[in-house]
Design a binder for this molecule. Structure first.
Ligand SMILES: Nc1nc2c([nH]c(=O)n2[C@H]2C[C@H](O)[C@@H](COP(=O)(O)OP(=O)(O)OP(=O)(O)O)O2)c(=O)[nH]1
Length: 144
C-alpha cells in the first residue's frame, strides 16, 4: 500500500498529532511562510533520505523546540496542491511547554474539537482531520 501512494506526488510532508488533556496542539503559521497566519498542526517537508519519523522529530524541534516520540501513523492525506501528508500520533512529556520559533510559528494553542470548529483561518486539512476523527475514520486513542 505504501509504494503506490509514494509514487503519486513528489513532495511529502509530515504532521505531528499531539494531545494533552483531550486538546490538540495547534499552531498559527507565521506571516513569513506559505499560508501565512493559518492555523494547522505543526509539521513540514520530509527531506530527501529522511524517514517520516526522523522528519517529524526534526520539524517539532525546529518549530516548537520539543522532543516528541512518534507513536504511530494515524492518517494520510493529500493537499489540493499535491503534497502527500503523513499524520503521526506523537507523545510529548506532560510538563514540557512548546516554544514557538517565530520564523515559522506565530502562536501555539491547545484546542478542543469545539474550539477548532469555531476557527475561520485554517488550512483546509485541519477541519477535515477533526471530522475524520469524529466519524471514526481515524483512531487517535483519546476522546476528541
Ligand atoms: N505543517 C502543516 N502543513 C500542512 C498541514 N496541512 C496541510 O495541508 N499542510 C501542507 C502545507 C505544505 O504544503 C505542507 C507542509 O507545509 P509547511 O509549510 O509546514 O512545510 P514547508 O513546505 O514550508 O517545509 P519546512 O520549511 O517546514 O520544512 O503541508 C498541517 O496541518 N500542518
Amino acid at each position: 500500500m505504501t509504494k503506490p501512494f509514494q509514487k503519486i506526488g513528489k513532495k511529502r510532508g509530515v504532521v505531528g498529532v499531539i494531545f494533552r488533556d483531550e486538546r490538540l496542539l495547534i499552531i498559527r503559521r507565521s506571516l513569513t511562510v506559505p499560508a501565512p497566519g493559518k492555523l494547522c498542526l505543526p509539521g513540514g517537508t520530509i527531506e530527501k533520505g529522511e524517514t517520516e519519523e526522523f522528519a517529524l522529530v526534526r520539524e517539532m524541534q525546529e518549530e516548537l523546540a520539543i522532543d516528541v516520540t512518534p507513536v504511530r501513523l494515524c492518517w494520510r492525506s493529500i493537499t489540493p496542491w499535491g503534497t502527500l501528508l503523513s499524520w503521526w500520533l506523537s507523545e510529548l512529556d506532560p510538563d514540557v511547554l512548546p516554544v514557538a520559533n517565530p520564523e515559522e510559528v506565530a502562536e501555539v494553542h491547545w484546542m478542543t474539537s469545539g474550539q477548532i470548529k469555531m476557527q475561520r483561518n485554517m488550512l483546509p486539512s485541519l477541519p477535515q482531520f477533526v471530522e475524520a476523527i469524529q466519524s471514526g475514520e481515524i483512531d487517535v486513542g483519546v476522546p476528541f
